[in-house]
Design a protein around this ligand. Sequence first.
Ligand code: NIG
Ligand code: FE
Length: 418
Amino acid sequence: MAKRRRLFRNIGECLTLAGAAVKEARRATEADLGIVRKAAILEEAGRIVWVGPEARLPKGLGAAGAREVDLEGHVVMPALVECHTHLVFAGHRADEFELRNRGATYQEIAAKGGGILATVKPTRKASLEELSRSAQARADVFVRQGVATIESKSGYALTTAGEMKMLAAAGRIRGPRVVRTYLGPHAIPPEAESAGAYLERVISTDLPRVKAEGAAHRVDIFVEEGYFPEPLARRYLEAARRLGFELAVHADQLTRSGGARLAVEFGARSAEHLIRIDDDDVRALAGSETTSVLLPAADLYLRCPYPPARALLDAGARVAIATDFNPGSSPTQSVSLVGVLSRLEMKMTLPETIVAYTLGGAYALGLGGELGALTAGRSCDLAVLGSGWPDLFYSVGEMPIVQVWRGGARLNRRSSAN
Ligand code: NIG
Ligand code: FE
């Protein structure tokens, strides 16, 4: 049977990110956006076969028999990769936002049973159906902003069955590609004797079960005093690595916990947050394959300093950005807010911001060769813009998105969005 082919034509400008792909998302400049004017993209069975000026479309690639999609002169770029979210949860924590505004810190609220544990209670009670319904609605919000790939962490149940339920809910999401991450060591459950005792159970029970059931192929841990300090994190990462999981680390967010250095040492795909890192940590990250995932919306909400993005970028680190969407530290799904904060507060250039939200995110998820750029062989994941690319990450609340495609299939049938 002939494979399905599509020819996306009449593209005003195509941001291929070809240069950024060659540089593996490091030191991105405007030239690395690889802009092709009057472009076309030929797709077959979900993958890009050819990209270039439409006038030079080679004969013999089978474009003649392809279904045509006329993009009416619009700008096309790789669909965004939202590489760090806590998408699955029940309840909300608006009360904590008010408490923080009245002077309480994130840690003080957590010490009184709020914080992550305040989300654990309703999430444990929620059914799989309830969790998957709300997660689907949230995923759709991301898609409308140009996202075709979303990472979704567990970590709000802290029991084996509950964590499996969270991962199952993420697995039911239709539309965007969902990359599931097990985050059992997100907080210490109230019934556990100690962080160490809980972690032993995670290592002996949860990790083998997640592996056996294929519920996630990557795992994360919150490396932080009061949660999982470095020696415990080391034990966990060793066990996870032995089982063949890919690794991610919530690192150096509230204090300099040593998470970034652990991530580099263990060859983790990503080190995330990175607010408290020092110059040596910056050098270690830049010299590694670990992607630095920066989450400025959480820093805004927690009124933390922003991570040293400029130092990381100038040292040659690979940087990704994401919302960290969760009900506590970052109760926003606004992709434009993340981009605006990256430019305004982290002093990233617009090309760096675009690369971080596409190819950088793909690398953070171990998909750097698959997604995040529009070059032959990659998945045909497209965001079609309703205005010029300089309008991206300019106005908070607005993303100029008219169409989103994943693997050559249209995702947002109904609406354009902000
Ligand atoms: O990424 N740092 C740990 N985890 C989340 C917070 C989750 C929550 O507060 O519910 C974060 O900021
Ligand atoms: Fe997070």
